[in-house]
Design a protein around this ligand. Sequence first.
Ligand code: NDP
Length: 283
Amino acid sequence: MGEKINVKEIVKRKKEDLKLEVEKIKEKGINPKLAVILASDDEASKIYVGKKRKMCEELGILQEEYILDKNVDTQEVVEIIKRLNNDSSVNGILVQLPLFKHLNMDVILDTISDKKDVDGFHPLTLGKLFIGEAETFIPCTPKGIMTILDDIGTTYEGKHAVIVGRSRIVGKPISQILLKRGATVTICHSKTGDISLYTKQADILVAAVGKPHIITKDMIKPGAIVVDVGINRIAGKILGDVDTENALEVCSKITPVPGGVGLTTVLSLLENVVQATKEQNNI
Ligand code: NDP
């Protein structure tokens, strides 16, 4: 019988460490600051922005929000980002996705200075990640996944990691990180066909699909470590991509949903803000 990973406890510990780090930076007269741009009506996005605001408050990180209405155009968002790029009191810039449909996401994300790209979606940031450069921002969800895997003592060399999903924000970056750490990586997606052929071989299985319970117990290798990234809102409940309760009969460890990867995603953002502040001030 496997166990649910206590992600809440991991995040509590890491938050304490980060808070101390913020205090040390403040002793030098520097106040880490995150700027958040919300250009969307998406209810989930509003919740995520609220969670980020709350954690900033808990850690003593300053935060300013730009809540834009649906009349905003791409150029106006670009101008705000340019201003923030040049504002030395702002250390990190986050554009909450998804954006209003009429906005050009690529143009907007490409405007963020790679020095302040704390969400890690700028092509330069992702490029550095893909060539294995250490000095880069790791996108928040993959970074949070690694926080969990490392914390529970996962080893990677000689392991087969199977990622289901190939998105820019989760599937692709986590595959590169696991590859760099020595795992042999397989990426599955909607055109793979029978994904169970691959998932059954996974020592480390990462599900980032967005389909409730697409990963069932019979698709999991006995003893596997399972990371469930999925957040699916069904009839007022939040379900992951993995049928957790039954998966527990075969896997060794699994991240719960809710209370799993989502918690480390927010933590990772603020770790990146602290990293950006230190790099910008040569600390
Ligand atoms: P995307 O929709 O961008 O990507 C989903 C991926 O799943 C695509 O690569 C798609 O393949 C693949 N896919 C879709 N259907 C199947 C299928 N039947 N079999 C195999 N692969 C399939 O989603 P995201 O990566 O942005 O997010 C994935 C999930 O994670 C969502 O539920 C999202 O809410 C959640 N999420 C959670 C976060 C957290 O902090 N916990 C953060 C970010 C996301 P193809 O490329 O071929 O279309």
